[in-house]
Write a protein that binds this ligand. Structure first.
Ligand code: 5GP
Ligand code: MN
Ligand code: MN
Length: 475
């Protein structure tokens, strides 16, 4: 039933405001993706459109699926001058979960005869799985430094180089983080989890560039056909999850005080200008730094593994971008520049060419947008477009998006079978959990190629290169 949608263009669908909606809801998708989309997405994105101070519209990306309160693949911006809110559920529990892409300087041929050894060494050295610990144990004062300085702290401690920071969102350090707003419980959980991948959908994947779709931008990004690259997908581990859980609870309790009527208690939020809103923002930014530091340490571990096995490799960061954040950004709305609090939950920032937030050498081409597919299908690199700022505050999809729940996937797929089947296709999966592999079965996700095509055709981001998996270390 697509009757409730106004089709704005081939890949843009609008739900006009009705009931308590303050603004329209807009879904970016092809007709086929929209038809298959979870009904919950429509309900959830319409609920988001009811929140105080929301600007322009509530958006769902083509990979959208059901989430906690906000859909995964949801984007919404709020203006503090109009009573705008910040929502813990609108950021997500894995605060600053994101993807970092490393170039290696290697070609596919360089892996011949070494792929098994590389998979074994990565699996051995990259801490993965529930409750895995890193080699580091942070003292309370180091913890606060890490939460304040992010990847810059990691580089200062010898994990990686200043060049890595240049190609990381926020140049590796999220400003205005407040470690004092992070509870002892959150810090306790994170004490020995730095440099770990975590479990579930998190991965470190060795990939081959299988197709170049925009030669000009790919060259500028340093990507060529048959290049070997590495994607690291993980977030702020136990710390982010603890912060999300604690503030969500507080926001539910405080909502009546702030005179916020919640269409769904999972949408708990607080005014940006309230003490609670400010405390959350300080803690959330600290969690962003935790995620940036975590991916930086993992980069260093990966370099050490490659130095042992493939010493010709030179690992350099193309980009590191998060997909679970709330960030203060300037956006032009009807000719007026406004400071907005942009929530991206399971959505990637996708700033277009010439934006000052993009590192200088990449700036003319648009920000790299890093999109996972699954362990058995393609992943993609896209670039932010000139139109993307005006479409959904400079945002795009972050993955293929789930097409079935974990429970459903567990019923339908066997982990061992998936590992064997992929091995036949030359893809090596190494994971501490076969159950996890089943939950993450390639067929539990939407068709990533259809998702990025919709994003590209809608103008959110432009397809640059297609990647195929070779080795996947899965949490
Ligand atoms: P999320 O951040 O929502 O947990 O996951 C982001 C996206 O990563 C998912 O929508 C999915 O398309 C993709 N993904 C999940 N597992 C894997 C994997 O093992 N390899 C790759 N390349 N992508 C994955
Ligand atoms: Mn995550
Ligand atoms: Mn993620």
């Amino acid at each position: 039933d697509t009757a409730r949608f106004i089709r704005q263009s081939a890949n843009v669908w609008e739900i006009a405001p009705h009931g308590a909606m303050r603004v329209p809801a807009i879904i970016f998708a092809s007709e086929a993706l929209l038809r298959d989309m979870d009904d919950k997405v429509v309900e959830q994105i319409s609920n988001v459109a009811m929140l105080p101070g929301i600007v322009k519209a509530a958006y769902a990306m083509p990979d959208a699926h059901w989430g906690y309160g906000f859909p995964i693949g949801g984007v919404a911006a709020f203006d503090p001058e109009e009573g705008g809110v910040v929502s813990a559920g609108g950021v997500g529990f894995d605060i600053s979960c994101g993807v970092r892409l490393l170039r290696t300087g290697l070609r596919e041929a360089d892996l011949h005869g070494r792929q098994r050894a590389l998979a074994a060494a990565l699996f051995h050295d990259i801490p993965a799985g529930v409750g895995s610990h890193g080699a580091l144990r942070l003292t309370p004062s180091e913890m606060d430094h890490m939460l304040t300085d992010g990847a810059r702290w990691a580089v200062a401690r010898g994990y990686g180089t200043p060049m890595d920071l240049l190609h990381t969102e926020e140049y590796g350090r999220m400003a205005d983080a407040d470690p004092h707003q992070v509870s002892e419980a959150a810090k306790q959980r994170q004490r020995d989890e730095m440099g770990t991948l975590g479990s579930g959908n998190h991965y470190l994947e060795v990939q081959k560039v299988s197709q170049i779709l925009d030669a000009n931008i790919a060259a500028a990004y340093g990507l060529h056909e048959d290049d070997i690259v590495i994607s690291i997908h993980c977030g702020s581990r136990g710390l982010g999850h603890q912060i999300g859980t604690e503030f969500l609870r507080e926001m539910v309790v405080a909502a009546p005080q702030h005179k916020i009527a919640l269409p769904d208690r999972e949408l708990a939020c607080a005014p940006i200008d309230s003490a609670l809103g400010q405390r959350y923002l300080g803690a959330m930014r600290a969690a962003i730094n935790c995620a940036l530091a975590n991916r930086q340490i993992l980069t260093d571990t990966t370099r050490t593994v490659f130095a042992k096995l493939l010493p010709a490799a030179r690992l350099s960061v193309l980009y590191d971008v998060s997909h679970n954040t709330c960030k203060v950004e300037q956006h032009e709305i009807d000719g007026r520049k406004r400071k907005l609090y942009v929530h991206r939950k399971g959505a990637t920032r996708a700033f277009g060419p010439d934006h000052p937030a993009i590192p200088e050498d990449l700036r003319p081409y648009g920000q790299p947008v890093l999109i996972g597919g699954s362990m058995g299908t393609a992943s993609y690199v896209l670039a932010g477009t000139p139109q993307s700022m005006g479409l959904a505050f400079g945002s795009a999809c972050h993955g293929a998006g789930r097409s079935m729940s974990r429970t459903q996937a567990l019923k339908q797929f066997g982990g061992r079978h998936i590992v064997d089947e992929l091995e036949q296709r030359g893809i090596l999966i190494r994971s501490p959990s076969l159950r996890g592999v089943a939950e993450e079965a390639p067929d539990a996700y939407k068709d990533v190629t259809a998702v990025v095509a919709a994003a590209d055709q809608a103008g959110l981001a432009h397809i640059v290169a297609r990647l195929e998996p070779k080795i996947c270390i899965k949490g």
